[in-house]
Ligand binder design. Structure first.
Ligand code: C2E
Ligand code: MG
Ligand code: MG
Length: 583
């Protein structure tokens, strides 16, 4: 760690800001100007002494006439140096001219080279010019730097603003210098604002800013820090000159501690705290924007966890939470804008006779893009939106299914998935009853699928509702059987009609005899308990053969039908009617 820079007691934030405020011409241009100057000055002195000439067509040109051209070029270099490189350029230019002048005078006085007399006047003119340019530029430069410094300051707190933060990050990335970006947000700042008012809320922000700026300035954190007020109650700290991540965690801890003693404003005592998320360049990302997003994602996660630890580094897992949030927004939009619909997957007996359909939720986002159920169902469950999804799928599928029943006269079943959360909601039974009556579906043609694993967690409450569903004559299926902690004792208490063997067991059957026997055992137990058994996710003919062999009653899977839109399901029903008529 560069201790000299970090703890020299100077105002680190101000110094970094001033560095940012002054634009510098790239250094290589300085060296190019010096090189061009030396070459042209040399050529000038050679041509000035030359008595030769060359001819172009009819004209004879003296070589020494070109001395003026090269002398002008060297003077341009001198002036550019002063214009572009401030004090350094001015001193270099002056030194070059002062070295050159005695040489010219020596040529005139000792070698009697009178061709150089105009050069002396030229030199004097250039010296005057660079003096004027330098003094003028110095004034303009000061003015520009102070304007830029103002543009990079936050007016409320006096801290560097987010533009300053962006500039520093870009500069560090350009230099490929490692740094940590910390995103800090004041906890419950909205409450503070609501309680003491906007103006005093601003005073709180000023106090926080002042404490953090002092910390960054006095260098006691041991790292080189730059504090930025990004927006509202959001701050960023750019941490440099560290040895390890531990140094950085300690530094962030110091910023956290700085808020641990009370803030008193207008005799009002307040305790404030902040949440910190951080990410490192280039380890976590080498892109400016991504790094900001990552640090912000980590900070959001700290808030979400609401634990006593207020500091968290970004990790890729956090992006999943981000994606969850995005899906939640899409889901809310879809629920309000008719973006939730259903597909139907046919179920057959082993003779390929249609048993019915399972209604599966589908979703389109605001751009009409399909969102996989594997993504939105878990989010719907987590955010409590699953009841709405269930309802929408059920009510839409029920309309279609009632119609099909009437038209076809077939005695087939509609299976709907219901989350336990939804099941336990007051009014669930009435809701189902209302849909059945409205769509003209007999209760026995409806089946409610309840996932085994969830059922176990709340078995007693669930049993009550399930008992009522059964009384209405609705069928009950235990979905994804085998994925929970299947216990015979609780299974025995369930008034279920159908056991759905999860796809994972059907898949495992390919792997050998033991898995086959396991599935056979599930089927036997189901039968002993009085359930029918259906296998989910059957894809291969061999799986189908084995399932038939071991006594499975029904089949659902891509082998005989993928989930499909209602119109296609109608065709499946028509085909069923045809084949029934043929027999
Ligand atoms: P599930 O109820 O076990 O539904 C069966 C899933 O297996 C469906 O996935 C179906 O498309 C898929 N599947 C069926 N046969 C095959 C096959 O042969 N191969 C493969 N690879 N997959 C097959 P989907 O539609 O993605 O639904 C996933 C889960 O989401 C469902 O599992 C169910 O638990 C839940 N879900 C779907 N719709 C709803 C709904 O309206 N409400 C609730 N609460 N949950 C729903
Ligand atoms: Mg299901
Ligand atoms: Mg299932």
């Amino acid at each position: 760690m560069d201790n000299k820079t970090a703890s020299n007691g100077t105002r680190n934030v101000q110094k970094t800001l001033s560095d940012l405020s002054s634009y510098r011409t790239p250094q290589y241009i300085y060296y190019i100007l010096i090189a061009v100057y030396i070459v042209t000055a040399f050529i000038t002195s050679v041509t000035a002494r030359s008595t030769g000439y060359f001819t172009i067509g009819e004209s004879r040109l003296s070589i020494y006439a070109f001395a003026g051209v090269f002398s002008s070029l060297s003077n341009i270099c001198i002036i550019l140096m002063t214009v572009l490189f401030g004090k350094k350029g001015f001193i270099t230019a002056l030194a070059a001219l002062l070295i050159q002048s005695p040489m010219i005078l020596f040529g005139i006085l000792v070698r009697h080279n009178y061709n150089s007399i105009p050069g002396v006047f030229g030199n004097i003119l250039v010296i005057i010019t660079i003096f004027i340019v330098y003094l003028n530029n110095r004034e303009i430069g000061k003015y520009q730097a102070s304007l830029r410094a103002q543009a990079l300051r936050d007016t409320l707190t006096g801290l560097p603003n987010r533009f300053a933060g962006h500039e520093l990050i870009s500069t560090l990335i350009e230099k490929n210098e490692n740094f940590f970006l910390v995103f800090a947000n004041i906890n419950n700042f909205k409450n503070i604002n609501d309680t003491i008012g906007f103006e005093l809320g601003n005073e709180v922000l000023k106090e926080i800013a002042s404490r953090w700026q002092t910390l960054a300035d006095n260098g006691t954190t041991g790292t080189l820090d730059f504090v930025v007020r990004a927006y509202g109650d959001e701050f960023a700290i750019i941490i440099r000159k560290y040895k390890s991540e531990n140094d950085v965690i300690k530094t962030i801890g110091r910023y956290e501690d700085a808020l641990s003693y009370r803030i008193t404003i207008n005799d009002c005592d307040m305790n404030v705290s902040a949440s910190f998320g951080y990410a490192e360049y280039p380890t976590d990302s080498d892109s400016h924007q991504t790094l900001l997003n990552y640090a912000a994602a980590a900070m959001t996660e700290v808030k979400r966890l609401n634990s006593s630890n207020h500091i968290l580094r970004f990790s890729p897992e956090l992006l999943k939470t981000d994606r969850t949030f995005e899906i939640e927004q899409k889901l809310r939009y879809a629920l309000e804008n008719d973006g939730i619909y259903f597909h139907l997957q046919p179920q057959y007996d082993v003779e390929h006779k249609l048993r019915g359909f399972e209604a599966l939720a589908r979703m389109k986002d605001e751009n009409g893009n399909f969102v996989s159920p594997a993504e939105f169902i878990p989010v719907a469950e987590k955010t409590g939106l699953i009841d709405k999804v269930d309802c929408m799928v059920f009510s839409k599928a029920a309309v279609f299914f009632g119609d099909i029943l009437r038209k076809s006269g077939l005695d087939i079943t509609l299976s709907v998935n219901v989350s336990v959360r939804h099941l336990m909601k007051n009014g669930f039974i009435d809701e189902v009853h209302e849909s059945l009556t409205r769509c003209g579906i007999p209760a026995k043609n409806l089946e409610i699928e309840i996932t085994e694993s969830i059922m176990i967690d709340s078995v007693d409450k669930a049993l009550e509702v399930i008992g009522e569903i059964e009384k209405m004559g609705i069928q009950i299926a235990i979905d994804d059987f085998g994925t929970g902690y299947s216990s015979l004792s609780y299974l025995n208490r369930f008034p279920a009609d159908l056991l759905k063997i999860d796809k994972s067991f059907v898949d495992k059957m390919d792997s050998g005899d033991a898995a086959k026997k396991y599935v056979a055992a599930i089927i036997s137990i189901g039968h002993i308990m009085g359930f029918d058994v259906i296998a989910e996710g059957v894809e291969e003919p061999e799986q189908l053969e084995t399932l038939k062999e071991i006594g499975c009653d029904f089949i659902q899977g891509y082998i005989w039908g993928k989930p499909m839109p209602a119109e296609e399901a109608e065709k499946v029903v028509a085909k069923q009617l045809e084949s029934a008529a043929a027999h």
